[in-house]
Design a protein around this ligand. Structure first.
Ligand SMILES: C[S@@+](CC[C@H](N)C(=O)[O-])C[C@H]1O[C@@H](n2cnc3c(N)ncnc32)[C@H](O)[C@@H]1O
Length: 233
């Protein structure tokens, strides 16, 4: 059981107009948190592969991804209400049908709602790095959550992370190495360097990407592929 939260509930006053959007439209795109495995066909009414974005922030990037990738269904998980509302606005304006939102802690959503071997890609753009030593325990991507994530990926499914924290990156890489077992293992499916010129083919319209780029900080891409070894798994 994970009792340490990877986020602080930042208080932001919600404007009346935001409340109206939330009250009128959230139900249409929301998947309620429940301790029960989801049936994606009942949600999307098709069998398209599923991509999950954890901590999509204000939602710019997930909206771009969704619009440019209609061949997938997307689930965005976020705990930041103004971000959820901003994303909701864009869903409505763009008449998006292949994206659902879950307003809850991603740890429990992934653990309790997502079927094993069901997800094509799980992506996290700039997960909160919690750089101070005393806060590191708050990081979301620790061994137990990484194990859960890999259970949920289909064979050849991908985990994609982008971060500007070298220490977080190194911890994730060493944890991933440790969790391979007799049933499945993970291969680094891609190598990137830190140069921004590589990014043209990717969609990185996230608030944090733009901030980090302005600060000319290094960023690190982590992309792993799950390979199932045991057919019965
Ligand atoms: C540093 S921000 C990055 C936002 C966005 N991906 C970007 O690149 O601009 C991290 C986001 O993760 C969200 N977050 C942190 N822990 C979470 C959790 N356990 N479940 C869902 N969202 C979480 C935060 O609310 C925040 O919006």
């Amino acid at each position: 059981m994970n009792n340490i939260k990877s986020f602080c509930c930042r208080y932001r006053k919600i404007k009346k107009s935001q409340k109206i959007i939330f009250n009128n439209f959230f139900n249409l795109y929301n998947i309620n948190y429940q301790h029960k495995i989801l049936n994606f066909e009942n949600i999307f009414y098709n069998k398209l592969p599923i991509i999950i974005d954890i901590g999509f922030g204000i939602g710019n990037n997930i909206i771009d991804c969704v619009i440019k990738n209609m061949q997938y269904n997307f689930i965005g998980i976020e705990v930041y209400l103004p971000g959820i509302i901003n994303c909701l606005k864009k869903i409505i304006v763009n008449k998006i049908k292949n994206l659902k939102l879950i307003y809850h802690d991603a740890y429990f959503v992934i653990k309790n709602m997502i079927p094993n071997c069901s997800i094509k890609l799980i992506q996290l753009y700039f997960p909160d790095p919690w750089p101070k030593l005393k806060h590191k325990k708050r990081r979301l991507l620790k061994k137990d959550f990484l194990k859960i994530i890999f259970l949920k990926l289909i064979n050849k499914g991908l985990l994609y992370i982008i971060t500007d924290s070298k220490d977080y990156k190194n911890n994730i890489l060493s944890d991933i190495k440790d969790i391979s077992n007799n049933n499945f293992f993970f291969i680094k499916s891609n190598q990137y360097n830190n140069s921004y010129s590589n990014f043209d083919s990717y969609l990185f319209n996230t608030k944090f990407f733009n901030k980090v780029k302005m600060q000319k900080k290094n960023i690190y891409h982590i992309e792993y592929q799950k390979i199932i070894l045991n057919e019965n798994f």
